[in-house]
Design a protein around this ligand. Structure first.
Ligand code: G3I
Length: 357
């Protein structure tokens, strides 16, 4: 009996150490990096356990919130760079690829940006001047330290048309091209990306491809398309992911999966019965762990199949505890659990990368 216990304990230590040794970044095919979105507790080193995993496993970082318009430029006459400087330094200190997210978006942008002096909406010239000042100041500050920028985020609506955002209403359809021009001016060496979600939906994808083709026709520099990848266990299908990837790459641009996570919770109306709304409040059943593992493995196999096209995969958070998808519930969309232990999904990604070599 004692011999059995020693054997099991021995195996557990071996398994744990095997986990310790395996680093996703070392398993990625040439030309494809793997990264993670960081929150402030992580890049400030408060969350030490996370810092160890991030440093070990990833070669790229994205800012979950700290480089967005609102937090970094809260008022017309005020920039707040302290936290953003620490985020960038976290990556520079670890020789990681640092990506900036995001310069022009309809969300997390202060209302003051769109207000004119006389209480009326800011006009085209004023809004362009504010956009240019913001991009020049922020991109200029991190010149040579930020590898690439999500210049514009989520400008296309589900039907493929240009979203009627305050930027589009105030400036006009060419606000996207202007943003890319200003970003290039501010750092001619930084890569410039367009970033969006639901790109497996044909109408939306067609809208993004039209926008990209328009920029290319205007000789406006754009280097890549960021497909956020906020997916579920069964939607989009692997075929839809594959088709979208091929079509996006046909624009000649790099394709990146920039905010990958797999949502396991049902979309439910507010106030729904918690047992339905929050089905895994007491932990994720092993069957669901296995389904999540299979989904991540299937998704990574598509990335490997198109390794010539996919240059980056970024997880939108390190562990289930860090995910935006919790929102008052318990979700399990990522590769590490709330105790920062690698999940079966982590092992499945490792196996897919090893087999896909
Ligand atoms: O920093 C304030 C804090 O001072 C305040 O006390 C607290 C309470 O309201 O809010 C904090 O701000 C929150 C911020 O996250 C930082 O935690 C905002 O309310 C909250 O809305 C914001 O959520 C972020 C969301 O973007 C905003 O749209 C999520 O963390 C972030 O994961 C999410 O990321 C987006 C990508 O940028 C673009 N694609 C979709 C993705 C998911 O929505």
């Amino acid at each position: 009996m004692m011999r059995w216990l020693i054997a099991i304990a021995g195996f557990a230590v071996f398994a744990a150490s095997a986990h310790q040794e395996t680093a996703l970044k070392d398993l990625m095919p040439k030309g494809m990096v793997i990264g993670v979105a960081l929150n402030q507790r992580q890049f400030d080193g408060v969350d030490a356990a996370a810092v160890d995993i991030i440093t070990k496993q990833f070669s790229q970082i994205s800012p979950e919130n700290v480089l967005k318009f609102q937090p970094i430029h809260p008022a017309a006459d005020r920039y707040a760079f302290e936290a953003a400087d620490r985020f960038v330094q976290f990556g520079v200190d670890r020789r990681m690829q640092v990506v900036g997210h995001t310069l022009v978006w309809h969300s997390q942008t202060g209302a003051w940006v769109f207000q004119g002096t006389d209480g009326r909406p800011a006009d085209r010239d004023m809004l362009l001047a504010r956009m240019r000042d913001h991009i020049r100041t922020v991109v200029g500050r991190y010149k040579g330290r930020i590898h690439g920028w999500d210049v514009v985020n989520e400008a296309i609506d589900e039907d493929g048309s240009l979203r009627k955002s305050p930027w589009q209403v105030g400036i006009g359809d060419d606000y996207v091209a202007k943003a890319f021009e200003f970003a290039r001016e501010a750092d001619p060496d930084a890569e410039l990306y367009y970033n969006d979600f639901n790109l497996e939906k044909p109408a939306k994808r067609a809208g993004v491809i039209k926008l990209v083709r328009d920029l290319q026709a205007r000789n406006v520099r754009i280097d890549g398309i960021g497909n956020q990848g906020h997916w579920r266990l069964d939607t989009p299908t692997i075929d839809e992911i594959d088709t979208a990837l091929v079509e996006l790459h046909a624009t000649g641009l790099k394709v990146m999966y920039t905010e990958l996570d797999i949502n396991l919770l049902p979309n439910i109306p507010r106030g729904a019965d918690p047992s339905i709304a929050n089905p895994y409040a007491n932990g994720l059943p092993d069957e669901m762990q296995q389904q999540l593992a299979r989904r991540y493995a299937d998704v990574f196999r598509v990335f490997l199949k198109h390794r010539h096209a996919v240059t980056r995969v970024t997880l939108w958070g390190l562990s289930d505890a860090d995910s935006w998808l919790n929102r008052g519930r318990l979700n399990y969309p990522l590769l590490w659990d709330r105790q920062r232990r690698p999940k079966p999904a982590f092992d499945a990604v490792v196996a897919a990368l090893r087999n896909g070599k």
